[in-house]
Write a protein of this length. Structure first.
Length: 461
């Protein structure tokens, strides 16, 4: 008896100690929470943030589903039967979609949800802002996992506030450049072989040039020809002049340069046809023409019409751009078109061109029409995310393609850095005679000395 009593008292004493230790650990964590979060975000997330969030999700799931209209009431007959059998007991609660285990992810958590009969993923997409507010997290994204299941992904804080620069070693291949980070923590890669043509929109100071800097800095190191069309007098793209194979700085030059590019593309088509291949990548490596990336800064400058003869020029540029976009991908000509404001009011060709530019990047925009133009036809639900980008988030953009959309932020590559890279790799600038002789690109005076040397070299050979 005495032994048992002492064992009991020893047991209760030890469980008391466990309780005290647990309470002090939790209160210690709560008190130290803000400091822990600031200095050791991963430790904070594992010890405190994630368990708290799991409890919050579990606690709010049923009322949240009911509040968002995602709970389905039981059959009326069942309610009547339960009323009769239960003798006045409350009717059964409505069914809510079944939720899987909450799992931690980098900077947040995710789980799967099984849809109830009659529900579609879009119902949950609409409820995402309510979920974010309820769980006090930065954002919630809902995507289809497989038929009948959606994946709910929550980011606790904005991962793009200070994006971690992913390891770039070995990441860049021909026509593939890592330009930033996606909010999932993955690299933001522009791969022109996968998505050959891009439309980049954004208001002034939204980060367009920084993204182009990152792209040019990546492409400059590769065996590709870069061609610039900058009708604002070359103010933006002339920085990269040593690495450009041609640069048009006004619309008259742009018309000639684009015409030359179309002719070059048609020549490549004949070469491919003669070799019985469907694209330039099917040609033997030593016969394959150099890939050409055409960067257009400020699309509106190409389309604006102030007088009658400008109308013809605008139409010519528009037709040439559309032809390049239609033919170029298979023939090694790629388009990156940037603009502050892109709308169908710029001209009839804009919507047709937009349809060919499958890659879209929408920074902060000044008018909803531009965001609509960039994202509306591919991912209407991305519009809200694009319009929520603030001026303080320069460089942040919504990326969209036929596969879906993501938020991302470009690496901060300054103009000076891009200029330095362009000068460093000027020796890689391919000489494309069709473009130089077109006159629309660089005149002999404009051709950087490096290219003149190459030209001389080739002529004397
Ligand atoms: N990815 C980024 N990360 C941090 N800051 C950025 C980023 N992108 C842009 N910024 C900041 O925003 C400023 C404006 O960016 P940028 O010149 O690229 O804008 P823009 O859209 O090209 O403007 P404009 O149309 O007037 O030329 C930059 O000087 C830089 O300070």
């Amino acid at each position: 008896m005495t032994v048992m009593a002492s064992a009991n008292s020893a047991g209760s004493a030890s469980s008391g100690w466990v309780l005290v230790a647990a309470v002090s650990l939790v209160s210690g964590l709560l008190l130290a929470g803000p400091a822990l979060r600031r200095h050791y975000p991963v430790a904070w997330w594992v010890c405190l943030g994630f368990p708290v969030v799991c409890i919050r999700v579990a606690r709010t799931w049923r009322p949240l589903m009911a509040g968002c209209g995602l709970a389905v009431s039981r059959k009326a007959a069942l309610t009547v039967v339960s009323g009769l059998v239960g003798n006045g007991a409350p009717p059964p609660q409505p069914r809510v979609p079944q939720r899987g285990l909450v799992r931690p992810s980098r900077g947040g958590f995710w789980f799967l949800v099984r849809l109830l009969p009659g529900q579609v993923p879009e119902d949950f997409v609409k409820a995402a802002p309510a979920m974010a507010h309820n769980w006090e997290v930065h954002a919630v994204r809902v995507t289809t996992w497989k038929p009948g299941l959606v994946r709910v992904v929550a980011a606790v804080s904005d991962p793009l506030k200070a994006p971690q620069v992913p390891n770039q070693r070995g990441a860049d291949r021909l026509l593939r450049v890592t330009v930033g980070a996606v909010e999932t923590g993955a690299q933001w890669v522009i791969d022109l072989r996968k998505v050959p043509h891009w439309l980049i929109v954004g208001a002034t100071r939204s980060g367009k040039s920084t993204l182009i800097n990152a792209l040019v800095a990546g492409l400059a190191r590769q065996p590709v020809a870069l061609v610039g069309i900058d009708c604002k007098g070359g103010m933006e793209l002339s920085l990269y002049a040593p690495r450009l194979s041609a640069l048009a700085t006004n619309r008259t030059q742009a018309v000639e340069l684009l015409g030359a590019l179309v002719d070059l593309t048609l020549d490549r088509m004949n070469v491919c046809r003669a070799a019985r291949v469907r694209n330039v990548w099917g040609l033997p490596e030593d016969e394959r023409p150099v890939p050409i990336v055409v960067i257009v800064d400020e699309l509106a400058e190409l389309f604006l019409i102030a007088s009658r003869n400008e109308k013809e020029e605008a139409q010519a540029t528009s037709t040439a751009l559309i032809r390049l976009a239609q033919l170029g991908a298979a023939l090694g000509v790629f388009l990156v078109v940037a603009g502050q404001r892109v709308g169908s009011d710029l001209g009839p060709g804009v919507t047709a061109l937009r349809a060919q530019l499958a890659g879209r990047v929408c920074h902060r925009v000044a008018d909803p029409g531009t965001a609509e133009m960039a994202l509306g036809d591919l991912n209407p639900d991305a519009l809200h995310a694009a319009q929520a980008i603030t001026p303080e988030q320069a460089g942040t953009a919504v990326l969209a393609s036929a596969d879906g959309w993501d938020r991302a932020r470009s690496h901060l590559v300054s103009e000076a850095e891009a200029e330095r890279v362009a000068a460093e790799y000027a020796h890689l600038t391919p000489y494309v005679p069709e473009l130089v002789t077109a006159g629309g690109g660089t005149s002999a005076d404009d051709v950087p000395s490096v290219r003149l040397e190459r030209l001389d070299g080739e002529e004397t050979e």
